[in-house]
Write a protein that binds this ligand. Structure first.
Ligand code: HEM
Length: 500
């Protein structure tokens, strides 16, 4: 009996604790109400749940209806917190005011990068390194990029004399894209290491999988969910650790050899063209030629962060372009094939140069149109990092710490920004405006904007163009399950057959 009472009392204590927690969370949320001129909060019926259900179930409908009713800037109550949604006018304020809004901090709330890549303390320097490397060296990387893409296509798709079915194109394209990207990030010496290549292929997906924990505790308070997703990291278990060790084992001997060669050869030494060398040229990371003074962990975490930023983004974009091309085969395949053939003829079947790729203007416009539609309706969460609050040009104010989601559809559906029939896929829309895929404009948000826009975009676009160019010339591609609904597109199989 005493035991039973003890158990019951225990239960009561637990229940009281949980109720107390919920009340405390509620009170703390109420007390946080501000006197700011906040954007209108879209009406909702069920307290705590707010708009979460409709946000998950039919986000498009929720956003489009709210936009119509409340205007360009409004707030939703999702997963226990208020999120402000901004449309086509205000998006650019968020992207440009990097003192007030941070994508890096916004994304850290979903995937705690700062706790995964702990040694990458200089994130801004890492960003600038990629920007300068891609901006300054891409022309000289084209030859290697191309060779590696051709080898990767041969290896993963092959000749296809008999038509070959690719059951999971997204995975095949990840395997293909990983090869040229590894070559450019870790260099010729490490990129063929099988384990390294596996890390390039799998790192992003293995990390994303871990943080897809249902956000139930957010309903009590978002802080609780943050504690849950970071608990293992804070107690020392980091899913990146095994990748870090592998990267370190691979790059250490290469770094030592490069430093020795540089010392030995003096002025005759030529820097290898890869991100690894960029880290070695940074005096914060490698202050002298002494291998003992290198910040190896910083380099390994920097490489991990680059893999995360580059592989899944580029491979899913390339997959989308391929699907769009197959889906609109009647309309565009022949025209793009002719452009590819002409360029191929002009360079006598030799390697493409940077300028040859720039001359693929129809393909460029096709890629840009494909990427215009690739994002979900609301994306690129930015955290407001102003001192106490931020005032938008439209007069609305939000407190510091608020997550702001960008309503991409508002830009995509706008006739003034996109030209005629903005909701339809028109491949040469950007060609007519003479706007290449790497150009950041108010009507194209896939690479973000402002000072922190994606620094790797030129590399990604060139990779995708080379890949599609080779596919156009080499294969006849079709999909067998055209009827599959848009959301499940990534599960479409495709089949490739040799053109001759
Ligand atoms: C089609 C492929 C890609 C897409 C759609 C994409 C998109 C983006 C977006 C939207 C951002 C955030 C921009 C902002 O804050 O406004 C970003 C940041 C970034 N991207 Fe890309 N990206 C792609 C490929 C690449 C590649 C190939 C690289 C590397 C070579 C790269 C490296 C980065 C880095 C380092 C950042 C900054 C992350 C930070 O803030 O620390 N991206 N990218």
């Amino acid at each position: 009996m005493a035991k039973l009472i003890e158990i019951l009392l225990g239960d009561i204590y637990i229940q009281s604790f949980i109720i107390g927690l919920i009340l405390a969370a509620f009170l703390s949320k109420l007390s946080k109400r501000t006197n700011l001129n906040e954007p209108p909060l879209v009406y909702y019926r069920i307290p705590l749940i707010g708009h979460t259900w409709s946000y998950l179930k039919d986000c498009d409908k929720l956003i489009l209806e709210s936009r119509e009713k409340y205007g360009e800037t409004f707030s939703l109550y999702v997963f226990g917190q208020i999120m402000t949604i901004v449309g086509k006018e205000t998006i650019h304020e968020v992207l440009k005011k990097d003192q007030d809004f941070s994508f890096r901090e916004g994304i850290n709330m979903q995937i705690p990068m700062h706790l995964i890549f702990v040694h990458l303390t200089l994130t801004e320097e890492n960003f600038k390194m990629v920007r300068d490397f891609v901006g300054g060296k891409l022309k000289h990387l084209i030859s290697r990029l191309q060779k590696n893409i051709i080898n990767a296509i041969d290896f993963h798709i092959g000749e296809c004399v008999e038509p070959k079915v690719i059951s999971y194109p997204r995975k095949t394209l990840t395997d293909i894209i990983a090869i040229p990207v590894a070559n450019i990030i870790v260099g010729e010496e490490c990129c063929n290491n099988e384990d390294m290549l596996e890390t390039f292929k799998n790192l992003t997906f293995s990390l994303l999988k871990l943080f897809r924990i249902p956000r139930i505790l957010s309903f009590i308070h978002p802080w609780l969910h943050q504690q849950i997703i970071t608990i293992t990291l804070r107690f020392g278990w980091n899913p990146f650790s095994k990748h870090r060790n592998l990267i370190l084992n691979c790059i250490k001997p290469v770094i030592e050899k490069r430093l020795n060669d540089k010392k030995r050869l003096g002025d005759a030494w030529v820097d290898p063209l890869d991100a690894l060398q960029c880290y070695l040229n940074d005096p914060n990371v490698a202050p002298d030629f002494n291998p003992n003074n290198i910040n190896y962990d910083y380099i390994a975490d920097g490489i991990g962060r680059l893999i995360f930023a580059s592989i899944a983004t580029t491979s899913s974009s390339a997959t989308q372009v391929l699907y769009d091309l197959i889906e609109r085969k009647q309309l565009y395949w022949q025209e793009l094939y002719q452009e590819a053939q002409e360029i191929n003829k002009q360079c006598n079947g030799n390697e493409l140069t940077f300028n040859d790729i720039a001359r693929m203007v129809k393909l460029d416009s096709f890629v840009k149109e494909s990427l215009r539609f690739i994002n979900p309706i609301v994306t690129l969460p930015h955290k407001c990092i102003s001192k106490s609050y931020f005032t938008f040009a439209n007069g609305y104010q939000i407190p510091s710490g608020r997550i702001v989601g960008l309503n991409f559809r508002d830009t995509n559906n706008d006739e003034e920004l996109q030209g005629q029939n903005p909701t339809e896929f028109y491949a040469f829309r950007h060609l007519e405006r003479n706007s290449p895929a790497t150009k950041l404009e108010r009507n194209f948000l896939t690479f973000g904007g402002g000072k922190h826009a994606c620094p790797g975009r030129a590399l990604a676009i060139n990779e995708i163009k080379i890949f599609i160019h080779k596919v156009l010339l080499k294969y006849d591609v079709r999909t067998d399950n055209k009827e599959i609904e848009a959301k499940k597109k990534i599960f479409r199989t495709i089949s490739c057959a040799s053109r001759c």
